[in-house]
Write a protein of this length. Structure first.
Length: 181
C-alpha cells in the first residue's frame, strides 16, 4: 500500500492530513461510478426532505439548499465559454472568407463530478443544520415555494432559450456514439 507522506508537526495535524488524503482517495475511486454516486445523493436528498416534512421546520434551510442546487444545475447546463462571443468570432471569420466548420464539443461550466460533489456536500451540510433549533427560523413557507417555482421557471426559460439560440445540447443522451460493438 502507498505510504502517505505526513507533515512534521503535532499529531492532530498529521491526523487531519491523513483524513484529507483518505477523503481524496475515496473521491478519486468514486469517479467512474456515476450511478452509485447519484444514488447516494438521491438518498441524502430523500433523507433531508423526509426530515423537513416530518418535523415541519427548517424551511429556510430547505429553501437555501433548493436555491443552491438550482444554481449548480444551471452552471451544469451552461457552456464554459460564452456562446455569443463564439458566434461573433465565427461571423467575423466567415466575413473574412475563412472556413470555420470545425467540431467544437460542449464543455460545461460545472463538470458532472463537481456538480455531484458540491450538491452532496451541501445536502449533508443542510442535514447538519437541521440538527439544531437555532437554524429553524419561522417563515410562511408557501411564499418560499412560490418564489422558488417562479425563479426556477424564469431561469430555465432563459437557459432553454440560450440552448436553442446557440444550438448546444448539454446532455449526451440521444447523440450518436461511434465505436466498436
Amino acid at each position: 500500500m502507498d505510504e502517505i507522506p505526513l507533515s512534521e508537526g503535532n499529531p492532530f495535524q498529521q491526523y487531519v492530513e491523513r483524513v484529507k488524503v483518505t477523503y481524496r482517495r475515496t473521491l478519486d475511486k468514486s469517479v467512474p461510478h456515476i450511478k452509485y454516486r447519484w444514488s447516494i445523493f438521491g438518498g441524502l436528498l430523500v433523507i433531508f426532505m423526509t426530515r423537513i416534512l416530518v418535523s415541519h421546520a427548517w424551511y429556510i434551510v430547505c429553501y437555501a439548499l433548493g436555491i443552491y442546487l438550482l444554481n449548480l444545475f444551471l452552471a451544469f447546463l451552461s457552456p464554459k465559454f460564452n456562446p455569443s462571443l463564439q458566434q461573433e468570432l465565427q461571423d467575423e471569420s466567415i466575413e473574412a472568407g475563412e472556413n470555420t466548420e470545425e467540431f467544437r464539443p460542449f464543455i460545461r461550466r460545472l463538470p458532472e463530478f463537481k456538480f455531484w460533489h458540491n450538491a452532496s456536500v451541501a445536502t449533508v451540510f443542510s442535514l447538519v443544520l437541521t440538527s439544531t433549533s437555532w437554524t429553524d427560523i419561522p417563515v410562511f413557507w408557501p411564499i418560499l415555494v412560490m418564489y422558488f417555482i417562479t425563479l426556477f421557471v424564469l431561469m430555465m426559460k432563459r437557459q432553454i432559450r440560450d440552448m436553442i439560440k446557440y444550438r448546444y445540447i448539454p446532455f449526451d443522451f440521444g447523440k450518436k456514439k461511434y465505436g466498436s460493438k
